[in-house]
Design a protein. Structure first.
Length: 318
Protein backbone atom coordinates (compact mmCIF):
# COMPACT_ATOMS: atom_id res chain seq x y z
CA UNK A 1 0.00 0.00 0.00
CA UNK A 2 1.35 3.42 -0.94
CA UNK A 3 1.45 5.60 2.15
CA UNK A 4 0.55 9.27 2.22
CA UNK A 5 3.64 11.29 3.17
CA UNK A 6 3.07 14.06 5.70
CA UNK A 7 5.89 16.55 6.32
CA UNK A 8 5.80 19.20 9.05
CA UNK A 9 7.77 22.38 8.32
CA UNK A 10 9.29 23.60 11.58
CA UNK A 11 10.57 27.05 12.51
CA UNK A 12 12.50 28.49 15.41
CA UNK A 13 11.30 28.67 18.15
CA UNK A 14 8.98 25.72 17.52
CA UNK A 15 5.95 24.99 19.70
CA UNK A 16 6.27 21.31 20.77
CA UNK A 17 2.52 21.02 21.32
CA UNK A 18 1.53 22.19 17.86
CA UNK A 19 4.08 19.82 16.35
CA UNK A 20 2.72 17.02 18.54
CA UNK A 21 -0.82 17.62 17.22
CA UNK A 22 0.34 16.50 13.78
CA UNK A 23 2.87 13.90 14.97
CA UNK A 24 0.36 12.08 17.18
CA UNK A 25 -2.29 11.86 14.47
CA UNK A 26 -0.08 11.13 11.46
CA UNK A 27 3.12 9.74 12.94
CA UNK A 28 2.06 7.30 15.66
CA UNK A 29 1.94 3.61 14.73
CA UNK A 30 -1.08 1.92 16.32
CA UNK A 31 -0.87 -1.90 16.39
CA UNK A 32 -4.62 -2.35 15.91
CA UNK A 33 -4.90 0.01 12.91
CA UNK A 34 -3.46 -0.07 9.38
CA UNK A 35 -0.70 2.47 8.78
CA UNK A 36 -1.70 4.94 6.09
CA UNK A 37 0.84 7.73 6.67
CA UNK A 38 4.57 8.34 6.80
CA UNK A 39 5.49 11.35 8.94
CA UNK A 40 8.63 13.48 8.84
CA UNK A 41 9.79 16.93 9.91
CA UNK A 42 11.97 19.43 8.12
CA UNK A 43 13.27 22.96 8.55
CA UNK A 44 14.94 25.59 6.41
CA UNK A 45 18.28 24.39 7.71
CA UNK A 46 18.79 20.89 9.20
CA UNK A 47 20.29 20.67 12.68
CA UNK A 48 19.34 21.70 16.22
CA UNK A 49 16.21 23.85 16.38
CA UNK A 50 15.11 25.76 19.48
CA UNK A 51 11.64 25.23 20.91
CA UNK A 52 9.39 27.55 22.89
CA UNK A 53 10.02 25.51 26.05
CA UNK A 54 13.81 25.79 25.98
CA UNK A 55 15.13 22.46 24.73
CA UNK A 56 16.12 21.85 21.11
CA UNK A 57 14.95 19.38 18.48
CA UNK A 58 17.31 17.75 16.02
CA UNK A 59 15.88 18.19 12.52
CA UNK A 60 17.48 15.98 9.89
CA UNK A 61 15.80 17.24 6.69
CA UNK A 62 15.84 20.55 4.88
CA UNK A 63 13.31 22.09 2.51
CA UNK A 64 13.95 19.39 -0.08
CA UNK A 65 11.67 17.13 1.99
CA UNK A 66 8.69 19.22 0.86
CA UNK A 67 9.22 18.04 -2.72
CA UNK A 68 8.04 14.54 -1.75
CA UNK A 69 5.21 15.55 0.58
CA UNK A 70 1.57 14.75 -0.10
CA UNK A 71 0.55 16.95 2.84
CA UNK A 72 2.63 19.81 4.26
CA UNK A 73 1.80 21.00 7.78
CA UNK A 74 2.99 24.29 9.25
CA UNK A 75 2.58 23.75 13.03
CA UNK A 76 2.69 27.36 14.19
CA UNK A 77 5.14 30.18 13.53
CA UNK A 78 6.69 32.32 16.24
CA UNK A 79 6.44 35.19 16.57
CA UNK A 80 3.41 35.38 14.25
CA UNK A 81 3.59 37.97 11.51
CA UNK A 82 7.38 38.02 11.27
CA UNK A 83 9.13 37.75 7.94
CA UNK A 84 9.41 34.37 6.26
CA UNK A 85 12.49 33.60 4.16
CA UNK A 86 11.82 33.67 0.39
CA UNK A 87 13.08 30.11 -0.13
CA UNK A 88 10.57 28.84 2.44
CA UNK A 89 7.71 30.63 0.67
CA UNK A 90 8.92 29.34 -2.70
CA UNK A 91 9.03 25.76 -1.37
CA UNK A 92 5.47 26.03 -0.05
CA UNK A 93 4.18 27.49 -3.31
CA UNK A 94 5.95 24.76 -5.28
CA UNK A 95 4.46 22.03 -3.08
CA UNK A 96 0.99 23.49 -3.52
CA UNK A 97 1.52 23.91 -7.26
CA UNK A 98 2.30 20.23 -7.77
CA UNK A 99 -0.80 19.18 -5.84
CA UNK A 100 0.28 18.76 -2.21
CA UNK A 101 -2.26 19.63 0.48
CA UNK A 102 -1.14 22.42 2.85
CA UNK A 103 -2.42 22.76 6.41
CA UNK A 104 -1.55 25.37 9.02
CA UNK A 105 -2.03 24.92 12.76
CA UNK A 106 -2.60 28.08 14.80
CA UNK A 107 -0.18 30.85 13.73
CA UNK A 108 1.05 28.78 10.81
CA UNK A 109 -1.75 30.55 8.94
CA UNK A 110 0.47 33.66 8.77
CA UNK A 111 2.99 31.70 6.68
CA UNK A 112 0.39 30.42 4.21
CA UNK A 113 -1.02 33.94 3.95
CA UNK A 114 2.43 35.39 3.28
CA UNK A 115 2.88 32.79 0.52
CA UNK A 116 -0.33 34.08 -1.08
CA UNK A 117 -2.12 30.74 -0.63
CA UNK A 118 -5.00 32.23 1.37
CA UNK A 119 -5.79 35.17 -0.93
CA UNK A 120 -9.54 35.47 -1.46
CA UNK A 121 -10.24 32.58 0.92
CA UNK A 122 -11.62 32.03 4.41
CA UNK A 123 -9.05 31.14 7.04
CA UNK A 124 -8.68 31.07 10.80
CA UNK A 125 -5.99 31.15 13.45
CA UNK A 126 -5.82 31.46 17.25
CA UNK A 127 -8.50 33.88 18.42
CA UNK A 128 -5.88 36.17 19.97
CA UNK A 129 -4.30 36.60 16.52
CA UNK A 130 -7.28 36.82 14.17
CA UNK A 131 -7.35 40.63 14.17
CA UNK A 132 -3.60 40.71 13.46
CA UNK A 133 -4.00 38.24 10.59
CA UNK A 134 -6.88 40.23 9.09
CA UNK A 135 -4.98 43.53 9.34
CA UNK A 136 -1.78 42.12 7.83
CA UNK A 137 -3.53 40.29 4.96
CA UNK A 138 -6.70 42.17 3.93
CA UNK A 139 -7.32 39.82 0.98
CA UNK A 140 -7.85 36.93 3.43
CA UNK A 141 -11.35 36.48 4.90
CA UNK A 142 -10.50 35.74 8.53
CA UNK A 143 -13.10 33.82 10.55
CA UNK A 144 -12.45 34.26 14.26
CA UNK A 145 -15.20 31.95 15.49
CA UNK A 146 -14.37 28.51 14.04
CA UNK A 147 -12.06 25.62 14.89
CA UNK A 148 -10.78 25.07 11.37
CA UNK A 149 -11.41 25.89 7.71
CA UNK A 150 -10.68 23.35 4.96
CA UNK A 151 -10.69 24.18 1.24
CA UNK A 152 -9.42 20.76 0.20
CA UNK A 153 -6.00 21.96 -0.97
CA UNK A 154 -5.39 24.43 1.87
CA UNK A 155 -6.61 24.30 5.48
CA UNK A 156 -6.10 26.37 8.63
CA UNK A 157 -6.94 25.77 12.28
CA UNK A 158 -7.36 27.76 15.44
CA UNK A 159 -4.92 27.44 18.32
CA UNK A 160 -3.51 24.47 20.23
CA UNK A 161 -6.16 21.72 20.57
CA UNK A 162 -7.95 22.78 17.38
CA UNK A 163 -4.89 21.55 15.51
CA UNK A 164 -5.82 18.02 16.57
CA UNK A 165 -9.36 18.61 15.32
CA UNK A 166 -8.02 19.69 11.93
CA UNK A 167 -5.65 16.72 11.67
CA UNK A 168 -8.44 14.26 12.53
CA UNK A 169 -10.65 16.00 9.99
CA UNK A 170 -7.99 15.44 7.32
CA UNK A 171 -7.74 11.76 8.28
CA UNK A 172 -11.53 11.54 8.00
CA UNK A 173 -11.39 13.05 4.52
CA UNK A 174 -8.67 10.58 3.48
CA UNK A 175 -9.91 7.34 5.03
CA UNK A 176 -13.45 7.82 6.32
CA UNK A 177 -15.19 8.49 9.61
CA UNK A 178 -14.68 5.02 11.11
CA UNK A 179 -10.89 5.04 10.72
CA UNK A 180 -10.67 8.62 12.06
CA UNK A 181 -12.83 7.63 15.03
CA UNK A 182 -10.46 4.76 15.82
CA UNK A 183 -7.48 7.12 15.73
CA UNK A 184 -9.32 9.55 18.02
CA UNK A 185 -10.31 6.73 20.37
CA UNK A 186 -6.69 5.66 20.70
CA UNK A 187 -5.90 9.26 21.69
CA UNK A 188 -8.80 9.22 24.20
CA UNK A 189 -10.53 12.01 22.31
CA UNK A 190 -14.07 12.55 21.02
CA UNK A 191 -14.12 11.43 17.39
CA UNK A 192 -15.38 14.57 15.70
CA UNK A 193 -15.71 18.28 16.34
CA UNK A 194 -17.11 20.21 13.42
CA UNK A 195 -14.90 22.99 12.12
CA UNK A 196 -17.77 25.43 12.55
CA UNK A 197 -17.77 25.08 16.34
CA UNK A 198 -16.73 28.12 18.34
CA UNK A 199 -13.07 28.43 19.35
CA UNK A 200 -13.98 29.09 22.95
CA UNK A 201 -17.06 29.63 25.10
CA UNK A 202 -17.57 33.10 26.57
CA UNK A 203 -19.53 32.11 29.67
CA UNK A 204 -21.62 34.73 31.37
CA UNK A 205 -20.69 33.75 34.91
CA UNK A 206 -18.97 31.00 36.87
CA UNK A 207 -22.31 29.32 37.55
CA UNK A 208 -22.97 28.93 33.83
CA UNK A 209 -19.68 27.04 33.49
CA UNK A 210 -20.92 24.44 35.95
CA UNK A 211 -24.30 24.33 34.21
CA UNK A 212 -22.68 23.73 30.81
CA UNK A 213 -20.97 20.62 32.18
CA UNK A 214 -24.43 19.13 32.66
CA UNK A 215 -24.73 18.83 28.87
CA UNK A 216 -22.46 15.77 28.77
CA UNK A 217 -25.01 13.24 30.13
CA UNK A 218 -27.63 14.61 27.75
CA UNK A 219 -25.32 14.24 24.75
CA UNK A 220 -24.49 10.66 25.70
CA UNK A 221 -28.19 9.87 26.18
CA UNK A 222 -29.11 11.33 22.80
CA UNK A 223 -26.30 9.56 20.91
CA UNK A 224 -27.46 6.21 22.31
CA UNK A 225 -30.97 6.84 20.92
CA UNK A 226 -30.35 8.13 17.41
CA UNK A 227 -32.78 5.57 15.98
CA UNK A 228 -35.62 7.14 18.00
CA UNK A 229 -37.61 10.23 17.13
CA UNK A 230 -35.84 12.88 19.18
CA UNK A 231 -36.98 16.48 19.20
CA UNK A 232 -35.56 19.60 20.78
CA UNK A 233 -38.38 19.73 23.32
CA UNK A 234 -37.58 16.13 24.33
CA UNK A 235 -33.91 17.05 24.77
CA UNK A 236 -34.91 20.05 26.88
CA UNK A 237 -37.24 17.92 29.00
CA UNK A 238 -34.50 15.35 29.53
CA UNK A 239 -32.12 18.10 30.65
CA UNK A 240 -34.80 19.64 32.87
CA UNK A 241 -34.57 23.07 31.28
CA UNK A 242 -36.54 25.18 28.84
CA UNK A 243 -35.87 24.97 25.10
CA UNK A 244 -34.46 28.50 25.22
CA UNK A 245 -32.04 27.61 28.01
CA UNK A 246 -30.98 24.45 26.19
CA UNK A 247 -30.37 26.40 22.99
CA UNK A 248 -28.23 28.91 24.89
CA UNK A 249 -26.14 26.14 26.46
CA UNK A 250 -25.56 24.49 23.09
CA UNK A 251 -24.56 27.83 21.57
CA UNK A 252 -22.18 28.62 24.45
CA UNK A 253 -20.51 25.22 24.63
CA UNK A 254 -20.77 23.75 21.13
CA UNK A 255 -21.33 26.76 18.90
CA UNK A 256 -24.42 25.23 17.31
CA UNK A 257 -28.10 24.58 17.94
CA UNK A 258 -29.52 21.38 19.47
CA UNK A 259 -31.18 20.50 16.17
CA UNK A 260 -28.02 20.97 14.11
CA UNK A 261 -25.95 19.04 16.64
CA UNK A 262 -28.41 16.15 16.53
CA UNK A 263 -28.41 16.12 12.73
CA UNK A 264 -24.61 16.02 12.72
CA UNK A 265 -24.61 13.01 15.05
CA UNK A 266 -27.10 11.20 12.83
CA UNK A 267 -25.03 11.85 9.71
CA UNK A 268 -21.81 10.69 11.41
CA UNK A 269 -23.56 7.49 12.50
CA UNK A 270 -24.77 7.03 8.90
CA UNK A 271 -21.22 7.43 7.58
CA UNK A 272 -19.94 4.68 9.85
CA UNK A 273 -22.76 2.31 8.88
CA UNK A 274 -22.07 2.99 5.20
CA UNK A 275 -18.40 2.23 5.72
CA UNK A 276 -18.76 -0.88 7.85
CA UNK A 277 -21.97 -2.60 6.76
CA UNK A 278 -23.78 -3.51 3.57
CA UNK A 279 -27.14 -2.37 4.93
CA UNK A 280 -29.42 -0.81 2.32
CA UNK A 281 -29.59 2.97 2.41
CA UNK A 282 -33.17 2.94 3.72
CA UNK A 283 -32.10 0.67 6.61
CA UNK A 284 -29.21 3.02 7.40
CA UNK A 285 -31.64 5.95 7.40
CA UNK A 286 -33.94 4.16 9.85
CA UNK A 287 -31.11 3.21 12.20
CA UNK A 288 -29.86 6.79 12.48
CA UNK A 289 -33.30 8.36 12.82
CA UNK A 290 -33.54 10.03 9.40
CA UNK A 291 -36.75 8.14 8.53
CA UNK A 292 -36.22 7.44 4.84
CA UNK A 293 -33.59 6.91 2.15
CA UNK A 294 -34.78 10.07 0.39
CA UNK A 295 -34.24 12.16 3.53
CA UNK A 296 -30.82 10.60 4.17
CA UNK A 297 -29.67 11.19 0.59
CA UNK A 298 -30.75 14.83 0.67
CA UNK A 299 -29.12 15.54 4.05
CA UNK A 300 -26.00 13.54 3.17
CA UNK A 301 -25.43 15.30 -0.14
CA UNK A 302 -25.89 18.71 1.49
CA UNK A 303 -23.40 17.92 4.27
CA UNK A 304 -20.73 15.98 2.37
CA UNK A 305 -21.25 16.75 -1.32
CA UNK A 306 -21.78 13.09 -2.21
CA UNK A 307 -24.57 10.53 -2.17
CA UNK A 308 -24.51 7.69 0.39
CA UNK A 309 -23.78 5.25 -2.45
CA UNK A 310 -20.78 7.24 -3.67
CA UNK A 311 -19.50 7.58 -0.12
CA UNK A 312 -19.79 3.82 0.44
CA UNK A 313 -17.91 3.03 -2.75
CA UNK A 314 -15.11 5.38 -1.65
CA UNK A 315 -14.75 4.43 2.03
CA UNK A 316 -16.61 1.13 2.45
CA UNK A 317 -14.62 -1.71 3.97
CA UNK A 318 -14.35 -4.82 1.77
Amino acid sequence: MIRHRVVALLSEPQSPFELACAAEVFGTVRPDLPVHYDFAVCARRPGPLRTTVGHSLLVEHGLEALREADTVIVPGWQPPGTAVEPDVLDALRAAHGRGARLAAICTGAFVLARAGLLDGRRATTHWRRTAQLAAAFPTVSVDADVLYVDHGDVATSAGTGAGIDLCLHLVRADHGAAYAAQVARSMVLPPHREGSQLQYAAHRAASSTRADASLAPLLEWAVSRLDARLTVDQLAARAGVSERTLARRFADQLGTSPGQWLLGQRLDAARILLERTDLPVDAVATRVGLSSAVNLRRRFRTAFGATPGTYRRTFGEP
